[in-house]
Design a binder for this molecule. Structure first.
Ligand code: NAG
Ligand code: NAG
Ligand code: NAG
Ligand code: NAG
Ligand code: NAG
Ligand code: NAG
Ligand code: NAG
Ligand code: NAG
Ligand code: NAG
Ligand code: NAG
Ligand code: NAG
Ligand code: NAG
Length: 630
């Protein structure tokens, strides 16, 4: 292509020059044309990398008879009647341009530190000692300066085969050797193929900033980030803090996962999803949070679980309780084991036992009592301790059952019991559970209940009493207590030896018979209608006629008998004979009467008593009167 201002420049093809490739054009200015003049650029097209040094090789010939005055390199645009500028005078080039040729035939020039702006056609011009002898070798050397660009696929996934191409805007020579850099480090492996870098089956380590350069040139392409995508790897859980986790602590689990792009994290406890996000926080951990945790890391290239980590939340004992082995009733003599049950982590190893609030010297988890005694009854509790604290159980009542013992009878009245008194018998008995009490008099059950009341005691209530105490574990009798009911004399009568009719000078003995408790020891004898006593003692000898009665005393009272009549006859024969017969008849009648009276008394006494009871009159007056059951 010719510039409009240099239309008059003729183009001549030199046939002399052998190499076919570099076309030779001779620019003839001002009509000067000769086959002898010409400039040969070899090569005529140069592709150079930015910042490199370019040597434009060139030879020229000029007609003989001329003298070369000036040689220089210039660049377009060329204007008619305007002398093309000498690049050496151009500040842009002056420092970088170095003419290597001569003034004969070699017009090689070197341009260093080429930049993209230097992309031009450059021509050699020489001036001879004739006014018209000025030539410019046109077209000149076309210099294309190129930068380098790494061409890479947009997405790279692990395992892919990736081709990186170091791109230039013009074709660099085949001899150009490309150098690849990752993160500014040259890649030593020579995997280059022309201007391509083939990464076979990329790994995530292949990620990085890639750039390329041409060997021998300083220019390096801008770096291109190769981001190798890969599924999560090395997924693991980090637990905040170290060591022991105690209830109430704040615990943070961190899911460490290596993936590209970053993965979505979810947290799994047991088989359940409990959270999401890289951090899983438990602000106040409780024992319920104990368990195995793992995180699941997932991105579009795959997913992976971490190994499980175990949270073992420690806590002080709780729900401490005392368990009594066996569920039934504890009876004295049993063996009993108390267990201190507690929930704690780690398990409690220190135990204390308390009975009724007082420490027992017992420190095991179990407290065993063999052959238990009722004294062991009471409220028990235990305290369990681990290194995080302790707790004391509620009290458990141990109630030891036992049969009645120490059964005894208490009498309300101390001392003498007199007929008519109110007497209360109290059965004292120690048993668990409380016993049922029954009262036995002699061999007959007479009542029940702890208290046996006799509101107005009579002599019939005298006897041996005991109580029987009985619960489901046994029974026991108290000792006998004797109720001896005192009463004043009663049924006092006079027993007369003989008929009661005596002869003057004789005497008749009267005996005072009485029933009393204690037996009456004090007797007084009276003659009817006389105020003062006529005698004392149980028997009395009557010497004179009259109606006599006795009065029996004991400490509880006295009672008088009916009067008996004593008749004294004066001694006379008439009277004797008559009297004897009369007396005989009278004595006979009297004896009959006495027998009837005695029989009557006995009968009357019998009818008073119970059928089962017999009355025994003890002849010895010093003896007590007994009433005995048959
Ligand atoms: C070319 O090289 C020069 C000097 O090193 C530099 O300043 C310039 O940015 C480069 N140009 C390009 C497009 O790389
Ligand atoms: C140019 O120089 C040559 C050699 O010195 C000489 O022969 C020739 O005459 C000169 N031409 C002119 C026009 O001066
Ligand atoms: C180039 O500079 C030289 C001096 O360095 C000067 O003699 C000459 O005339 C200049 N040429 C042009 C075309 O400006
Ligand atoms: C031209 O000069 C350069 C630098 O001195 C040299 O490398 C090159 O081989 C020369 N070219 C020819 C054709 O002599
Ligand atoms: C993943 O786990 C393995 C085995 O525990 C370990 O060797 C590796 O360094 C871990 N990788 C990362 C990125 O933590
Ligand atoms: C244990 O105690 C807790 C409260 O401290 C109570 O909620 C729970 O029901 C108790 N468990 C048992 C088995 O008594
Ligand atoms: C309680 O346990 C002890 C010992 O284990 C045993 O000898 C006793 O019979 C048990 N008592 C009951 C009521 O189960
Ligand atoms: C708990 O029991 C152990 C061993 O019997 C004892 O060494 C410790 O002192 C006890 N701790 C308490 C608080 O009683
Ligand atoms: C009860 O009887 C026991 C013997 O059985 C005796 O050791 C104890 O002292 C008695 N207690 C009373 C209050 O009588
Ligand atoms: C108690 O009295 C009854 C009846 O009188 C008698 O059979 C029993 O032997 C007496 N017991 C004692 C211990 O005296
Ligand atoms: C027994 O008698 C006493 C005194 O008379 C009386 O207070 C008490 O209630 C009586 N007890 C019974 C069980 O009759
Ligand atoms: C005693 O006195 C009573 C009247 O006071 C009389 O009836 C009775 O006959 C008297 N008896 C004698 C023996 O005097």
């Amino acid at each position: 292509m010719f510039h409009a201002d240099i239309k008059d420049v003729a183009m001549v093809t030199s046939v002399r020059m052998a190499p076919p490739l570099p076309l030779i054009f001779l620019l003839m200015i001002h009509g000067v044309c000769s086959q002898k003049e010409g400039v040969i650029y070899s090569p005529s097209h140069i592709c150079a990398v930015n910042d490199s040094t370019v040597t434009m090789r060139c030879t020229y010939t000029y007609p003989t008879g001329y003298n070369i005055m000036k040689v220089f390199w210039t660049k377009g645009p060329f204007q008619k009647d305007v002398e093309p500028p000498d690049l050496s005078n151009d500040t842009e080039y002056s420092q970088r341009l170095q003419y290597l040729g001569d003034k004969q035939q070699n017009c090689t020039v070197r341009l260093s530190h080429v930049t993209l702006k230097d992309s031009h056609m450059y021509c050699f011009r020489f001036i001879t000692n004739t006014t018209t002898g000025k030539w410019t070798g046109y077209p000149g050397v076309t210099l294309t300066v190129t930068d380098l660009q790494v061409e890479s696929p947009e997405r790279v996934t692990e395992g892919d085969s990736v081709n990186l191409r170091c791109k230039s805007s013009c074709a660099l020579t085949d001899r150009a050797t490309f150098i690849w850099y990752r993160n500014s480090q040259p890649l030593t492996e020579r995997r280059d193929r022309n201007n391509e870098l083939l990464l076979q089956s990329v790994r995530r380590e292949d990620s990085g900033r890639y750039s390329c350069a041409v060997d021998g040139h300083t220019h390096i392409s801008p770096a291109v980030q190769i981001n190798v995508m890969y599924p999560p790897k090395n997924v693991s859980v980090l637990i905040s803090g170290s060591g022991v986790i105690v209830e109430g602590d704040s615990v943070t689990l961190n899911c460490i996962s290596d993936s590209n792009p970053p993965a979505e994290i979810s947290w799994i406890k047991g088989g359940t999803i409990v959270g999401s996000g890289r951090i899983f926080s438990i602000s106040k951990i409780s024992s319920d949070d104990s368990g195995e945790y793992k995180c699941k890391s997932i991105n579009e290239h795959g997913g992976k679980y971490s190994d499980a980590v175990t949270l073992n939340v420690m806590y002080s004992p709780r729900n401490v309780s005392v368990l009594i082995n066996g569920s039934g009733v504890i009876v004295e003599g049993d063996s009993v084991t108390l267990n201190c049950i507690s929930d704690s982590n780690p398990p409690a190893l220190n135990f204390s036992w308390f009975k009724g609030g007082r420490n027992i010297l017992q420190s095991g988890e179990t407290y065993s009592i063999t052959n238990i005694k009722s004294e062991a009854s009471g409220d028990y509790c235990c305290s369990a301790r681990n290194k995080h604290g302790s707790q004391t159980s509620a009290a458990v009542n141990v109630n030891i059952m036992y049969p009645p013992r120490n059964v005894s009878v208490l009498i309300s009245k101390s001392g003498v019991i007199v007929e008519g008194d109110s007497v209360t018998l109290n059965c004292i008995s120690d048993s668990n559970p409380p016993a049922e009490i029954s009262w036995i008099k002699g061999r007959t059950i007479v009542g029940s209940g702890r208290i046996y009341n006799i509101s107005k005691i009579s002599s019939d209530d005298s006897g041996e009493y005991k109580c029987k105490s009985r619960n489901e574990h046994g029974e026991k009798y108290s000792d006998n207590v004797t109720l001896n009911v005192m009463y004043p004399p009663r049924i006092v009568s006079v027993l007369m030896s003989g008929s009661g009719v005596i002869v003057e000078g004789d005497s008749v003995t009267l005996n005072c018979i009485s029933d009393s408790n204690p037996p009456a020891l004090n007797f007084s004898w009276f003659k009817e209608n006389e105020t003062s006593a006529v005698g004392s003692g149980q028997s009395f000898s009557a010497l004179q006629s009259g109606r006599f009665y006795c009065q029996a005393h004991n400490q509880h009272g006295s009672q008088r008998s009916d009067a008996v009549t004593v008749t004294v006859h004066h001694r006379s024969s008439w009277h004797e004979v008559f009297g004897i017969t009369v007396e005989c008849g009278a004595i006979f009648i009297l004896v009959i009467i006495i027998i009837i009276v005695i029989l009557f008394i006995i009968k009357k006494r019998r009818s008073v008593k119970n059928e089962n009871i017999t009355v025994k009159e003890i002849s010895d007056p010093n003896e007590d009167t007994y009433t005995a059951l048959v």
